[in-house]
Design a protein around this ligand. Structure first.
Ligand code: HAM
Length: 415
């Protein structure tokens, strides 16, 4: 017996309709906001993530599924969706399209993390990425789109937290302030924090070690270091969100786990799914395209974790639309009536009606039992008399009512 790899999950027939509901909702929100689908490979050159996601992040340092292919190239299973979409944007010359270019994706992603509730090694993201606009309206549109998606799923009690982590100019000043603050504590901090102190002090605020967390609690706040442009951008984003009726809190501790962010960052958090509380998160990344060799163009996006959303919806009793059940089960009494069942089912299926028949050579009694088990909405038993009259007795399973319907007219009853 070969088992499933640790940190991965099968989606079985009894659950897949829930996934389909989330995916269909995602696509309908994308349509309403005019974001168009983009599909990129599951694996990319490792360098894309090293340069894009950043070498001081846990994702790149510890969590990537990296391997050498048979041609000796280092490739990595995508740990997130943004870097691949940014690469595709540059490589395919989308910068010459009318701006902004608004894209979305539903993709598997891979991170070698310690699995727990809501944290997997293979998970799935639904994400939006908008390229080409630096306006605060775009930030508000992206955040509002994420919020609309959560609303449409029926998810409750999710809180929106936002922050601005500035641009390279103000970040530089802030990093200096952080270094001054951390310098006297450095010896007691973890090795990762010490490396980050040298390479990217902002990342120290993301440390999960208890001892380090106590020290970072008193660190300077990025919002006190924003330059005038970043400050007024953030003010405008906040007032647009308020204008849209979105509730949020400003949390100056949000730095995000990926290095490409600039200015606005945000997270939608839930208290109902354990320690992995972020169901959806994102932000602006105005320097990623130029870092990847493209023209400097601003961009912003978000990604929602589908497994976390599913967990949240199940934990809080959100009602999923009912799974589709067969509209009719056709039970055949003998060889020739079974053949007729086959033909009727074929006609109904052509018209898009979900019709079910016996594939197990069961007795009529056993067929009816099976029809009940699979939740067929109606049942018709076909025997010699039905074949002669060309009519069937259609039984509605929810109330037991029976009506006589011409075989040729059966489809009308369901469409
Ligand atoms: P992220 O915060 O790393 O951002 O991931 C986004 C979402 O993916 C999380 O909020 C969470 O729901 C889900 N997620 C992340 N890791 C796991 C995991 N190991 N198991 C289950 N779910 C997980 C990004 O990935 C950015 N690319 C988002 C973005 C798009 N920023 C701008 N555009």
């Amino acid at each position: 017996m070969i088992n499933i790899p640790k940190g991965t999950k099968d989606v079985l027939p009894a659950q897949s309709y829930k996934w389909q509901f989330i995916e269909e909702t995602a696509r309908s929100v994308a349509k309403a906001f005019n974001f168009r689908e983009v599909r990129t490979p599951v694996f990319e050159h490792t360098e894309l993530f090293q340069r894009g996601v950043g070498e001081t992040t846990d994702v790149v340092n510890k969590e990537m599924y990296t391997f050498e292919d048979k041609g000796g190239r280092s490739v990595t299973l995508k740990p997130e969706g943004t870097a691949g979409v940014a690469r595709a944007f540059i490589e395919n010359g989308l910068a010459s399209s009318p701006m902004p270019v608004k894209t979305y994706y539903i993709t598997p992603a891979f991170r070698y993390e310690r699995p727990q509730a809501g944290r997997l090694r293979e998970f799935h993201q639904f994400g939006f990425e908008a390229f080409g606009s630096a306006s605060a309206e775009t930030d508000a549109e992206i955040i509002f789109a994420a919020s609309s998606f959560l609303d449409k799923l029926g998810v409750k009690g999710v809180k929106l937290e936002i922050n601005s982590i500035g641009c390279p100019i103000c970040r530089n000043e802030y990093n200096k302030a952080l270094k001054n603050y951390f310098a006297p504590h450095l010896e007691t901090m973890c090795p990762t924090c010490r490396t980050r102190y040298e390479k990217n002090p902002l990342r120290m605020l993301d440390c999960k070690e208890e001892g380090c967390k106590k020290i970072t609690a008193g660190a300077p706040q990025i919002l006190d270091y924003l330059c005038e442009d970043c400050k007024s951008h953030f003010e405008k984003v906040k007032s647009l969100l308020t204008g849209l009726g979105l509730e949020y809190t400003v949390n100056s501790r949000i730095v995000r786990g990926l290095d490409y962010y600039t200015r606005t960052v945000f997270e939608f958090l839930s208290g109902e799914i354990g320690s992995q509380s972020a169901v959806c998160a994102g932000g602006r990344y105005d320097n990623l395209l130029s870092q990847l060799g493209g023209n400097p163009l601003p961009a912003i996006g978000f990604a929602a974790g589908i497994e976390r959303l599913l967990l949240l919806m199940e934990n809080t009793g959100v009602a999923f639309p009912e799974e589709q059940k067969p509209l009719i089960y056709l039970a055949g009494m003998d060889e020739s009536s079974r053949a007729l069942c086959f033909k009727i089912a074929a006609e109904l299926r052509k018209k898009g009606v979900c019709a079910e028949i016996d594939l197990m050579a069961r007795s009529v009694k056993a067929q009816l039992k099976y029809a009940d088990k699979i939740g067929a909405k109606h049942v018709a038993v076909i025997g010699e008399s039905e074949m002669q009259s060309g009519e069937v007795s259609l039984k509605k399973m929810s109330d037991g009512s029976v009506r006589t319907v011409k075989i040729d007219d059966l489809y009308k009853y369901f469409i």
